[in-house]
Design a protein around this ligand. Sequence first.
Ligand code: MTE
Length: 301
Amino acid sequence: MARRWTNDLSIADATPYAAYINRRQIMAGAAGLIGATALGLGRANAQELVPNSWEEITSYNNYYEFGTGKEDPANNAGSLTTSPWTIEVDGLVDNPGIYDLAELIDGLEVEERIYRFRCVEAWSMVIPWNGIELADILTRVGVQEGANHVAFETVMRPDEMPGLRYPVLDWPYREGLRLDEAMHPLTIMATGIYGRPIPNQNGAPIRLVVPWKYGFKSIKSISRITLTRDEPFASWNRANPREYGFYSNVNPEVDHPRWSQATERRVGAGLFAGRQPTLMFNGYEAEVASLYEGMDLAAYY
Ligand code: MTE
């Protein structure tokens, strides 16, 4: 697998699953404060370089179609049927249609991308994704003249998604990007984590990952992609435009109205690790700042 855009993070830094489990067992045996401190400091010193464990990535989730608790998706998302899976592609495209997922991505390169992942709630992880550049998929379906945005929809299956009973959002979950953001090589459609198929709670069988934006832009279990002229409907932005912008670029200088975005808590970092500073564009400033040249990022948050 070719690998690009990993920056300072490499798969060599990933904690292998077996080693992680092993460490947990050692920790369980190491009684008291000394053990906990060692773990906390160990993770703190290496926090930039160490991807989160499989267990952390797959048991602490946001997927409100399966409940609003962090463990609800892991407990409830098993009910989602992910095969067969179709994606409707429509709007300003040369080849609209309802595609079988396998057919849509057949032959496209799957890469490993180890990305920082920063939730708007001010927690973060480092996740080793496997995915396809969204640009490759869009090129395959043929973007037409006049398309400026890409809209995404999550599948809506009340029988399989217990959270849809609650009007937390105007379902289905929807998100959107500007076309240049969607075509950026950092933007991927993830189909795996740690080289395994992506679990349901993380958005199986395919979800968006836009590493320089807050996590809610990275919509899960995508069943529709629409090329549009105008800025599309985006669920969180529509639910509360003052708190959640359409752009939602990670920015330590623009606070959420109810909390600071200057720092973040790295999930699994340990009790004594402390918070770490949030990076402009989540650490991808060199790659993406040019997309927003001349824009007031406090106004277009
Ligand atoms: N996609 C759908 N369909 N429903 C959701 O509730 N939550 C978003 C995003 N994508 C969400 C979603 C939020 S708030 C975050 S932080 C990430 O998914 C979490 O991704 P993870 O659970 O894989 O870490």
